[in-house]
Design a protein around this ligand. Structure first.
Ligand code: FAD
Length: 423
């Protein structure tokens, strides 16, 4: 059986951060990177908007500004981002402040979905040049912690250390593994909300600040703005019982593609369960399935104009007159308020009204509300040390394990795990 000093599961930013950090510190080390798809499937592949300012993407139970900034310096060194300029923010900041809303200034770069793919290819080539073995289209399935063996659908390998970074879609894989290894974890936090789609004219702030981060009362925030060549997409998830449901998301192409003049962004509310600590994953599944029931197996879309009047959107009336632009994700016209829990909807509607005061126009009747957008916070394992070691020689990192909520923090998690391994 082949033996490696380090095996990494997942080639998302957490796995890549691990591979780069390890090969930088231990050139010549024997490293295997396993990825079940042909390419990394997370945010690097979709839109690839990177945020380089704490706390964006960094859960504060694991990171403070000092530690995040130290790791971010290394992320910048490897990724060499081109930061986007921000302009004319003071007017928005002043309006926000008056309303008790905060506008965070974040250093950002944006490659777009096409640019992200080029970056992934370049990063993979650099890793190969550093002598790292890469197995694509191979799925990790099981771990024998006693003999330090990783099993996949294609073979088995002995590891000195194992870093598992399977992302949000690997949530169930990670949960199953933690149950088998008796690593205790909680998953009691999640974000639920909607994605808005409108025209650049109705949300012109994106010309000055590509992905504006507004923090509203009641734990509502704007998230993942895509503009100019922007599309709403649906992502398929499976419940523990294998039932499919969709969460919407957004992405954009780089400036090489033709503009469609649209912008989309999420408004998410963070929900945290206290006693009796319900599972965020199960709640998300329930919410997802309920939306599928009402949307006939697809997400629901509703024009703000209909929502305001308390009526559902219908196929026949979905375009024309005030509803002048076509949705980029043609899902089911309906009534999101039949599906979204009242407490979440109230907080989001309040945030929408505040946003419309700060950036007037976003509540134009044509604006589309897509539902549901669900973000799981990962299973938070009980770690043995600050380096995300959850079991001797096994490190769990990235969005799936709740150590990050974005590309740069996922990458930073990988660096931190390597520091733990080489301590
Ligand atoms: C559509 C979309 C757009 C996003 N846009 C952005 C953005 O613009 N900016 C941003 O900061 N964040 C964005 N995010 C969030 C971002 O993707 C995550 O924060 C980040 O990718 C997490 O990194 P990760 O390495 O933990 O997981 P991932 O990037 O999800 O990578 C995990 C990898 O592990 C692989 N894998 C899973 N299970 C196995 C297994 N059993 N065996 C082998 N391989 C496995 C997966 O195929 C995947 O490639 C976006 C997310 C999505 C879904």
């Amino acid at each position: 059986m082949e033996q490696f000093d380090l095996i990494i599961v997942g080639s998302g930013p957490a796995g890549l951060g691990t591979a780069f950090a390890y090969s930088k510190r231990k050139p010549g080390g024997k490293v295997l990177l396993i990825e079940k798809e042909r390419y990394s499937t997370g945010g690097l592949r979709n839109d690839c908007k990177m945020n380089f300012t704490y706390p964006i993407g960094f859960p504060d139970e694991y990171w403070d500004s000092e530690s995040a900034n130290r790791y971010l310096a290394e992320v910048i060194e490897e990724l060499q981002p081109r930061f986007m300029e921000k302009k004319n923010l003071s007017i928005y900041e002043k309006r926000a402040e008056k309303l008790g809303v905060k506008l965070l200034e974040v250093r950002q770069s944006h490659l777009g979905t096409d640019g992200g793919l080029e970056l992934i290819k370049e990063l993979m080539d650099r890793l190969k040049n550093r002598g790292i073995e890469i197995h694509l289209e191979e799925t990790a399935s099981e771990v024998d912690p006693k003999d330090q063996i990783l099993f996949t659908d294609k073979g088995k390998y002995k590891y000195g250390n194992l870093v598992i970074a399977p992302g949000r879609r690997g949530f169930s894989f990670l949960q199953d593994l933690m149950k088998r290894l008796r690593i205790s974890f909680i998953d009691h936090i999640l974000d639920i909300g909607i994605r808005l789609e409108t025209t650049i004219e109705q949300y012109p702030i994106v010309r000055d600040y590509y992905d504006p981060k507004f923090l509203f009362p009641d734990k509502v925030r704007t998230f993942c703005t895509n503009a100019f060549r922007a599309y709403v997409v649906q992502e398929k998830y499976l419940t523990a019982n294998g039932e499919p449901y969709y969460s919407v998301n957004g992405h954009a192409y780089s400036s090489k593609r033709q503009e469609n003049g649209l912008v989309n962004f999420a408004l998410l509310k963070t929900v945290m369960f206290t006693e009796p600590l319900a599972s965020g994953q199960k709640y998300a599944e329930m919410i997802g399935l309920q939306a599928m029931l009402l949307g006939g197996g697809r997400p629901i879309m509703q024009r703000v104009g209909d929502f305001r009047l308390g009526k559902r959107s219908t196929e026949a009336a979905f375009t024309g007159d005030l509803y002048f632009f076509e949705p980029t994700l043609h899902c089911t016209p309906g009534d999101i308020s039949l599906s979204i829990p009242a407490k979440i909807l109230r907080a989001i509607w309040k945030a929408m009204k505040l946003l419309d005061t700060i950036v007037p126009g976003v509540l134009h009747p044509s604006t589309i509300m897509y539902y549901p957008e669900i973000k799981l916070y990962g299973n938070k394992p009980r770690f043995m040390d600050p380096f995300f070691q959850a079991f001797p020689h096994i490190y769990l990192i990235g969005d799936g394990a709740g150590t990050s909520r974005g590309i740069t923090a996922a990458w930073a998690s990988g660096i931190r795990a390597v520091e733990g391994i080489l301590r």
